[in-house]
Every structure is written in structure tokens, then in C-alpha cells.
Write a protein that binds this ligand. Structure first.
Ligand SMILES: NC(=O)c1ccc[n+]([C@@H]2O[C@H](COP(=O)([O-])OP(=O)(O)OC[C@H]3O[C@@H](n4cnc5c(N)ncnc54)[C@H](O)[C@@H]3O)[C@@H](O)[C@H]2O)c1
Length: 360
């Protein structure tokens, strides 16, 4: 690894952040400081496999609190910041954009401030090797018509939702801190992730768990929207590669080369469950599928050209959509200890109780 060994991961109690922490701690052998505010989306149970490791520590903090972040950067002698903390759910951003502006834009700004102050007092090789890796989404590129090419790193930004607009704003801030102040940054824009420890309000875990409870499987519109799906552990490997070997000032698109219509995703889950946990009376889980009014501003298609990360960093996904989805269904069948408490709380709470729509 060309960068140093001490990583600070923001949002490490979330879906992708926890996969990054598990990978860094167990496979890379790096020292990891996980900084997370523990919002509804943060869950320390996702860190169970590494929580007692000598090279892992957790700090509960808000990325907007630059004083606390600066202290952690100094205390743990950080070499690489991987910034994943965010409000991440598009539907929530439509209902209440304020938290998205606060965490995704203001929070990134404050984190950049802390990083810059920290980086400026470093010297020599330590200063040269320091990296700020900003983790973003392909949704910043906006709506891609069907059959019309792929997002590349040069695609102009055209975000449609409050979520993607807030992520686009944060990407611009990160680039500006590089251009203006010289902070050594790298960025990545990734397609839809899925896999173990995924909060059960997102499409794939929601469909698996609703199906197991024989609930309606709600699909937006006609289910024709296309997403490019990436297994989360493949994304975690890509992110560590970008953070440690990516060229300073560059961005990298990350995708699974697995475009699927939303309806096909739901049908594939139903078919897997038909085999692994058949319903009574020989019925198919597909019978539970129902169509609901489309999400406002719903982008038709996202699809990623991964040529740059393949060429420069030698990364490519190891899971196909079929193998990754099979692993994901198996994981949810075997790990009710993880999702059971969240499902219980969420359904008693305000959002998931009244809004059964499946959001990707
Ligand atoms: N999920 C995807 O498919 C996907 C795809 C591309 C990019 N991304 C990006 O990857 C990152 C991680 O996504 P995810 O799906 O793991 O999200 P997530 O919602 O599962 O996790 C976000 C984490 O950030 C924490 N957090 C929120 N606000 C915070 C704050 N103010 N201070 C500190 N911590 C805070 C939460 O507690 C949670 O643990 C996000 O930046 C997201 O935009 C996600």
C-alpha cells in the first residue's frame, strides 16, 4: 500500500462504511478510527466482526463538529480520511431535505476544514502521502436515457433529487479544496450498492424482508427504471484502492457492470426465495408484487463506465449480480439478529410504517 496505515472512516457504522471498516481491519490490516454520529442509519452491530480487533476503534461524533474531528485526526495520527458519512436515502431527501444540506454539504465543508488544518501541520513524507477520499454517487450525473451510453468521469453534473444535489455540492467543495488550498483529495462516484448489513428501507433488503413476511412488494411506476448494481464488498475494495493508489485530484467511477430494471431485481429476489424458502401452497413470491405511483424526479437510468478504475487501479468486481444477490438473500435468511431489531423499531416509527414503497 502506498499511503500510510492509519485510516479515519466517517460513516463507518453505515452500510458501505461498515464494509470498508471490516475490509480495512481484517484484510488490509490497517488501523481504523470509525467516526459516526449514529443516526437512524448507523448501526454498531454491523461492526461486530471487528469490534474487538486491536486495530479498530470507534468514536461517536458529527462530521459538522470540526473541533472533535481535528482532535481525532491528531490523536490517531491519521494518514487517510475516507469520507462516507452522509444522509443517503433519496426518499427521505424529498420528504425533508434539511438534514441532507446540513450533513452532506455543511458537514463535508467542516470536515474539509479540519482536514486542511491537520494536513498543514504535517511535514515530509507524511504530508505528501496524506489523502482525503470523498465517497460520492453516480446520481450526481442525473438522468441517463435508456440505451444512451454510460456515465464517465467527464459526464457533466445534473442532479435531480435533493440527495444527489447535496452530494454534487459536496463533490464540488472537495475539488475546490484541492484546487484552492492544495489538499490532496481523491473522489469516487459509485452506482447502487447491495449486500449484507443493508438498512432495510432500501430496495433489495426491503423486498427480501417484506417477501418473507408475505407483505406486498411495492415497485415504483412500472419498474422500468434501470440501476447498475454493485456488491458492497467489491465497492469496499475499490474504495480502499482509490484512497491509497488513486491519483491526487482525480475522480473514479465505480460500478458493477450489472444494469437491471427495478422489476427484474424484485423478480430475481422472488425467484431466489422460491428456491430457498418456498411459500406455502406452492405460490410464488412474484404474486406479492404490486405497482405504486412513481417517485417524483425518478431518474430513468444510471450506468457506469468503469474503464478508468480498471485501467489505472486494476480493480474490477468479483461478484456478478446473480452471485451477489444469492449471497445477499442467504445473509438475510441467516442474520435476523441484525435486521430483526431494526425492522421492529422502524415499523413502530414514522417512516417505514407509512411508506411501503421500495426505493432503490
Ligand atoms: N448506498 C449506495 O448505493 C451508495 C452508492 C454510491 C454512493 N454512496 C455514498 O456512500 C456513502 C455511504 O452510503 P451508505 O449507503 O453506507 O449510507 P448509510 O445511510 O447506510 O450510512 C451513513 C452513515 O453516516 C452516518 N452519519 C450520518 N450523518 C452523519 C454526521 N452528520 N456525522 C457523522 N456520521 C453521520 C450514519 O450514522 C450512518 O452510519 C454516502 O456518502 C453515499 O452518498 C452510497
Amino acid at each position: 500500500m502506498s499511503a500510510g496505515k492509519n485510516f479515519l472512516v466517517t460513516g463507518g457504522a453505515g452500510f458501505i462504511g461498515s464494509a470498508v471498516c471490516r475490509h480495512l481491519v481484517s484484510s488490509v490490516g490497517a488501523n481504523v478510527t470509525n467516526v459516526d454520529k449514529l443516526t437512524y442509519a448507523g448501526n454498531l452491530a454491523s461492526l461486530k466482526p471487528v469490534e474487538n480487533a486491536h486495530n479498530y476503534r470507534f468514536a461517536q461524533a458529527d462530521v459538522c463538529d470540526d473541533t472533535s474531528i481535528l482532535k481525532l485526526l491528531k490523536r490517531d495520527d491519521i494518514d487517510v480520511i475516507m469520507h462516507l458519512a452522509a444522509e443517503s436515502h433519496v426518499d427521505r431527501s424529498i420528504d425533508g431535505p434539511a438534514a441532507f444540506i446540513e450533513t452532506n454539504i455543511v458537514g463535508t465543508y467542516r470536515l474539509l476544514n479540519a482536514a486542511l488544518e491537520y494536513w498543514r501541520q504535517l511535514s515530509g513524507e507524511k504530508k505528501q502521502r496524506f489523502r482525503f477520499h470523498h465517497v460520492s454517487t453516480d446520481e450526481v450525473f442525473g438522468d441517463l436515457p435508456f440505451d444512451s451510453g454510460f456515465f464517465t468521469e467527464e459526464t457533466p453534473y445534473a442532479p435531480s433529487s435533493p440527495y444527489s444535489a447535496s452530494k454534487a455540492a459536496s463533490d464540488h467543495l472537495v475539488r475546490a479544496w484541492h484546487e484552492t488550498y492544495g489538499l490532496p483529495v481523491v473522489l469516487s462516484n459509485c452506482s447502487n450498492n447491495y449486500g449484507p448489513y443493508h438498512f432495510p428501507e432500501k430496495l433489495i433488503p426491503l423486498v427480501i424482508l417484506n417477501a418473507l413476511e408475505e407483505k406486498p412488494l411495492a415497485v415504483y411506476g412500472q419498474g422500468t427504471n434501470v440501476r447498475d448494481w454493485l456488491f458492497v464488498e467489491d465497492h469496499a475494495r475499490a474504495l480502499v484502492s482509490i484512497a491509497t493508489k488513486g491519483r491526487v485530484g482525480e475522480s473514479y467511477n465505480v460500478g458493477g457492470n450489472a444494469e437491471r430494471r427495478n422489476l427484474s431485481v424484485v423478480e430475481a429476489i422472488c425467484d431466489l426465495l422460491d428456491g430457498k424458502k418456498p411459500r406455502q401452497g406452492g405460490k410464488s413470491y412474484r404474486d406479492l408484487i404490486t405497482f405504486v405511483a412513481d417517485r417524483p424526479g425518478h431518474d430513468r437510468r444510471y450506468a457506469i463506465d468503469t474503464a478508468k478504475i480498471q485501467r489505472e487501479l486494476g480493480w474490477e468486481p468479483t461478484e456478478t449480480f446473480e452471485t451477489g444477490l444469492g449471497r445477499t438473500v442467504d445473509w438475510y435468511l441467516a442474520n435476523q439478529w441484525w435486521w430483526g431489531p431494526i425492522r421492529g423499531e422502524s415499523y413502530a416509527g414514522e417512516r417505514l410504517g407509512r411508506s411501503p414503497e421500495a426505493a432503490e
